[in-house]
Write a new protein. Structure first.
Length: 234
């Protein structure tokens, strides 16, 4: 489990960055490009990748040779980079936003528009569906399904708060909300639109606002809680 104080210190001490891509028509002297800025192209057209202020400096130093330019800025004064996906053995679809210091287990599926904040841990073969939000330091077990639009509350502030824990095999319905400090027990189901404000025991179905136990998992048809292995894997 990630330590809140450590994450706070990391954010405080990090050099805030404004990641920028720049397309430049004209000429650039390589001697004016500082460390940390990547320069690609040939005389007449260049492409730069780096921090906004550094790229601005390059353009200023070459102002008599630059004919025109265009910026694409992906964040402003960002404290942490996004997670580097290239070595993660999971399926991460376009449009997902995953911060650094997140752990993604093998054969997970992260769908379009999902947001996973710093310090969260996602267990193997878990699916985070479209537009779901996983807050900071949330712990999610194996073979969980977090439904579209669900919100699992994060706890970086206040740092003393207890993170949400979703145990193995849990199904969380679309647009459900699980509040900070809650533990959802193994194999349970949280109904669509439910607001979970207290711990959920293993093997039950909860629904409503606030969520309450409405039945035991054994009374729920298998097809209503089936995890499909074919959707997982890379």
């Amino acid at each position: 489990m990630s330590d809140a104080e450590e994450l706070i210190r990391l954010i405080k001490e990090s050099k805030k960055k404004t990641p920028t891509k720049a397309w430049i028509s004209g000429s650039i002297s390589p001697d004016t490009v500082p460390e940390g800025v990547k320069l690609f192209g040939v005389d007449g057209f260049f492409f730069l990748v780096g921090d906004y202020e550094a790229i601005q400096g390059v353009i200023k130093d070459n102002k008599n040779r630059v004919e025109d330019y265009w910026f694409e800025i992906s964040a402003r004064n960002s404290a942490l980079p996004l997670l580097d996906y290239k070595d993660i053995p999971a399926r991460i679809e376009p449009g997902a936003i995953i911060r650094g210091k997140v752990k993604i287990g093998r054969n997970c599926v992260i769908m379009m528009g999902a947001v996973i904040n710093v310090g969260a841990e996602i267990g193997e073969e878990t699916m985070i569906d479209m537009n779901a939000v996983i807050g900071g330091r949330v712990i999610i077990g194996k073979k969980v399904h977090v439904g579209a639009g669900a919100v699992i509350a994060g706890v970086i502030e206040p740092p003393s708060a207890t993170p949400v824990v979703i145990e193995d095999g849990v199904l969380i319905g679309a647009n459900a909300v699980v509040l900070e400090g809650v533990r959802v027990g193994k194999g349970s189901v949280v109904g669509a639109g439910a607001v979970v404000v207290k711990d959920v025991p293993s093997g039950v179905v909860v629904a409503g606002v606030p969520a309450k136990v409405v039945k035991q998992i054994g009374s729920l048809k298998e097809e209503k809680r089936k995890i499909v292995d074919d959707l997982r894997g890379v």
